[in-house]
Design a binder for this molecule. Structure first.
Ligand code: SAM
Length: 256
């Protein structure tokens, strides 16, 4: 028995069909190594292990769940690691590329996404379950209220698709929110035609003051006179597409 622990975001999936559908997403790319974050009692792991030509690794922070997985003979060390994904040294673990998957602990969703972005050159595919609102933010297009930092940064490098939605009844204990499974496939050309460090800075700075116009929110970049006449100066960040953020980054680079 594994007692669900709220502080670890433990809402165990009970719907077998959704677990199978989610696990099958790893076949969208032919990378062999797969890392599951938070296998819990292993409902998703069980289906991941059935997919052909894949090697499943998992990291679980909860010792009780990790013991359960080993007792059930689902996963053993070293493929099962006990610890915090956020502290995991991914570069040391995998020499090449790997797929990221999970029914993610909702309390650290954004941190998982940022870690994925940091390792984008090694992660061709990321799929799994998020709180529905987070999934919508990741997939949102410019012009929408939910469009923000996560949307621009993930979509700059990945093609995002919401695969299906799940109601709280698909989990035990049921969460207070709806969930959605997303699939992010890295773009073929995923390097940006601008400084990527500056791009991250521009996007984060613009959205940190999302009610201001770009002219005001980007003041720290000292854009001088030239930006006054720029077509984006009077706009708010949610109206700019990913490509326009790239264009803006190129413009800022030229001013330096
Ligand atoms: N995959 C299981 C399922 O679908 O039923 C469990 C999903 S549950 C929403 C999230 C899981 O992530 C829990 O098992 C929890 O212990 C684990 N977890 C939470 N924070 C973690 C972290 N920082 N690193 C690794 N695992 C974590």
């Amino acid at each position: 028995m594994v007692k669900p622990k709220k502080h670890l975001g433990q809402h165990f999936l009970t719907d077998q069909h959704s677990a199978e559908r989610t696990a099958q997403l790893i076949n969208k790319c032919n990378t062999t190594n797969v890392l599951e974050i938070g296998p819990g009692k292993g409902i998703l792991t069980k289906f991941l292990l059935k997919q052909p030509n894949k090697i499943i690794h998992a990291i679980e922070i909860d010792l009780e769940s990790a013991t359960f997985l080993q007792d059930q003979n689902l996963l053993q060390k070293p493929f099962l690691m006990e610890g915090d994904f956020l502290n995991l040294n991914l570069t040391q673990l995998f020499k090449g590329e790997f797929i990221l998957i999970g029914n993610y602990p909702y309390n650290i969703s954004s941190q998982i996404i940022f870690k994925m972005l940091e390792h984008r050159s090694s992660i061709p595919l990321m799929a799994g379950m998020f709180q529905k609102e987070v999934a919508q933010r990741i997939a949102s297009l410019h012009g929408n209220k939910t469009y923000g930092i996560l949307s621009v940064l993930v979509q700059a490098f990945y093609e995002v698709k919401i695969e299906f939605k799940l109601s709280p009844g698909a989990f035990f204990p049921p969460p207070k929110v709806d969930s959605a499974v997303i699939c992010c496939q890295r773009r073929v050309n995923y390097t940006l035609p601008c400084s990527e460090t500056l791009f991250f800075d521009v996007v984060k700075t613009a959205f940190n003051q999302r009610r201001k116009t770009m002219l005001n929110s980007l003041a720290k970049f000292n854009l001088k006179e030239a930006f006054l006449k720029h077509p984006f100066a009077k706009l708010r960040p949610e109206t700019l597409s990913v490509n326009q953020f790239v264009e803006l980054t190129q413009f800022i680079e030229k001013q330096r």
